[in-house]
Design a protein around this ligand. Sequence first.
Ligand code: NI
Length: 313
Amino acid sequence: MKILAACGNDCSVCPRYTALPYEKTGEELQHTAELWMKIGYRDHVVTNDEIACSGCRPENRCRYRVIKCCAEKGIKTCAACPAYPCETMRECFAVTRSFEPKCREVCSDAEYEILKRAFFEKEQNLLIEQAISYISELFRSNAGGHDTEHTLRVRRNAMMIAETESGCDREITELAALLHDADDHKLFHTENNRNARTFLEGRIDADRIERICACINSVSFSRNRGKIPETLEGKIVQDADRLDAMGAVGIARTFAYGGEHGRPLRESVQHFHDKLLLLKDEMNTETAKQLAAKRHAFLEAFLSELDEEMIDL
Ligand code: NI
C-alpha cells in the first residue's frame, strides 16, 4: 500500500525512505545519493545520512514547507486542504515535472519507474485521497457507512490486478474502483453517474471522465449479466468488485445484507447459489481467476459445513 507524504509523494516506493520496514542498506543509499546528483536533485553526492528520509517529520527539510503547513492545519496531506491546489503546490508540481525529462535520460527503466511512482504521480495520489474522502462522505450520509470499506477493498483488489496487466491505465482503474458504487441504484437515485461526475468534473479531462463512467457502468453484476466490459480497466474493476462478493468477505457481506433486510438465513444461503458460486467462471483477468479459485473453494467449504449443521424443519 502507498504511504503518502504530505505533498502526495509515495514514500513506500521512494529510494530514500528508511522508516520501518523500509530500511535501506548503506550501498542502496549511496546509489540513491549518486542518482540524485546525476538527475540534478543535488549538486554533489551527499552523505547517506542526508539522503535517508524517515518521512514527513517537522525536523525534516521540506523545500515547500508542506509538512509544516499541513501540521498547522491539522491535516495529513494537501488533499484535505480547502485551498488545494494553492500557489505553492502548483509550483511544487511544476518543479517536480521539470525533472522528468532528465530522469528519463539518466535513469534505467527500473529506476525511472520507481521515481515516477514515488514523485511524478503526486497529483494523482492526492486526487485519489480526495476521492476516498468524497466516497466516505457520500456513503456516510446515504448508506450507514459500511460501503466505504467495500469500496476500499475493491480498489485494493483492482490495483493488485492492475499490477499484473500491462497496458492498464492505473488512474482510470483506481478512480473507477473508488467511484463504482457512487451511483449504485440501491443506494442513490441519480442519473448518468451524477455522483461520480460531481467529483470528477474540474479535476480531470472530460474524455477521461467518460472513460471512468463507462468503466463504472460495466461493473454491476445484475445489469451486465454475460457482458464482458470492452476496456481492460472495466474488466479489472468488474473482477475486483466480484472478488469482494466471494470468499470470507463475500459470506460476511451476504449475511450482513440479509440481516439488514430482515431475511431468514435460508434466503441468504440461496444467494450463494443465485450469484456467488457463479462468479468464479465470470472473471476476466488471469490474476482474478487465481484469486477467485481460492475464494470459491472457501465458499464451497462453508456451504458444505453449513449444510451439515443446519437441520430440516
Ligand atoms: Ni460494489
